[in-house]
Write a protein that binds this ligand. Structure first.
Ligand SMILES: NC(=O)c1ccc[n+]([C@@H]2O[C@H](COP(=O)([O-])OP(=O)(O)OC[C@H]3O[C@@H](n4cnc5c(N)ncnc54)[C@H](O)[C@@H]3O)[C@@H](O)[C@H]2O)c1
Length: 324
């Protein structure tokens, strides 16, 4: 297919672009490089530096591009920042996305795939989390993503544009060429690997008194190449839908650190501080629906393999991409 990928210079976007190109799709990337990297752009793709706020330019570009599908990664995604500056999140993740939705309608896009998130569930009352679990976000980031899911529902009802909202849990790992380089970094795996490389003194554990096996929070880590596979399958999904993407297994913060010690052979110091507000004890996905309806078949469900891939990338790019 001829696919437009927004946010293709970012962490998950870059690995998905690589995966699509490896599977004979044609890819164009639109990215402002606000949080992405020029070096993370796969050279085989067309790259257009553009911000989704550039409404007229974007609509013109999509109308001229003969695209069949759009995969929409471009967004801001720092939960803490969204609690300080909600406007930044609603403008970028929602208002700018409306420009993209209108461009998709004008360009007669047949399939729209959207990066949604477990953050739309807030503090869920059941585990594992199903697609039918109530979505009650507890921060502007999660709300901004839920709002776009709702907009997609209405664009589908009114314009007939098929969409797939993929609700990822904790994206982790790396492909051979593309990995995680966020600034600031807030995700556990890259933080742990920074500590392994001596780039930070220790790893902060926010609360070890949760009602879990070792007192630390449990999350569902999903390899970015498995996320990439789900996006490709979603392009040709027969109907609009919402799907959780996770492995269905949870690992605690302490377990992730222990596996990272084994993988890297390095000492990784920790410091325990108080809980962060709004951190649920356990977030685990029930991804039965994606496996059944999208024929999704994740291949890297082992946490050791996920951390090992991130470590291999980190050794190649110790300070991340070189375009900062
Ligand atoms: N990383 C995770 O664990 C995770 C979990 C759930 C959902 N998500 C969602 O997945 C998507 C990708 O996440 P990521 O970790 O790769 O983030 P990222 O910050 O690495 O990538 C986002 C990309 O979008 C671009 N971008 C942002 N706003 C833009 C705009 N207005 N116009 C053009 N480009 C813009 C950035 O420059 C960046 O390259 C996001 O939508 C995020 O909400 C991520």
């Amino acid at each position: 297919m001829n696919v437009l990928v927004t946010g293709g210079a970012g962490y998950i976007g870059s690995a998905t672009v690589e995966y699509l190109l490896n599977h004979e799709h044609k890819v164009s990337i639109v990215d402002s490089l606000a949080t992405g990297h020029r070096e993370a752009v796969d050279r085989r793709a067309d790259f257009i530096e553009m911000d989704l706020s550039e409404r007229d330019r974007l609509i013109h570009f999509v109308m001229k591009g003969s695209f069949e599908a759009i995969i929409h990664f471009a967004a801001y995604s720092l939960v803490g920042e969204s609690m300080q500056n909600p406007s930044k999140y609603f403008i970028n993740n929602d208002a700018c996305s409306i420009n993209l939705l209108d461009a998709a309608v004008a360009g007669k896009i047949k399939s729209f795939v959207f990066s949604s998130t477990a953050a739309t569930y807030g503090l869920p009352e059941e585990s594992p989390i199903k697609e039918t679990t109530p979505q009650l976000p507890i921060n502007p980031y999660g709300e901004s993503k839920l709002f776009l899911e709702k907009m997609l529902y209405w664009y589908n009802q009114i314009h007939g544009m098929k969409y797939t909202a993929l609700r990822y849990f904790n994206a982790a790992g790396a492909s051979t060429n593309f990995g995680e380089d966020h600034s600031p970094e807030t995700h556990l795996v890259p933080i742990v690997l920074q500590a392994a490389m001596g780039q930070r003194k220790n790893v902060a554990i926010f609360g070890d008194d949760y009602n879990t096996k070792d007192g630390t929070c449990i999350r569902d880590y999903i390899h970015i190449e498995d996320l990439a596979q789900a996006h490709m399958l979603a392009l040709t999904a027969p109907r609009s839908g919402h799907y959780n993407l996770g492995t269905g297994s949870g690992f605690s913060v302490k377990e992730v650190i222990e596996v990272a010690r084994e993988v890297t052979g390095k000492k990784i110091e920790v410091s325990v501080s108080t809980r962060r507000s709004g951190d649920p004890a356990i977030l685990i996905a029930d991804s039965t629906l994606a496996r059944k309806e999208l024929n999704w078949n994740p291949l890297h469900e082992n946490i050791r393999e996920i951390i090992n891939s991130a470590w291999e990338w980190k050794k190649k790019f110790p300070t991340g991409y070189n375009d900062k």
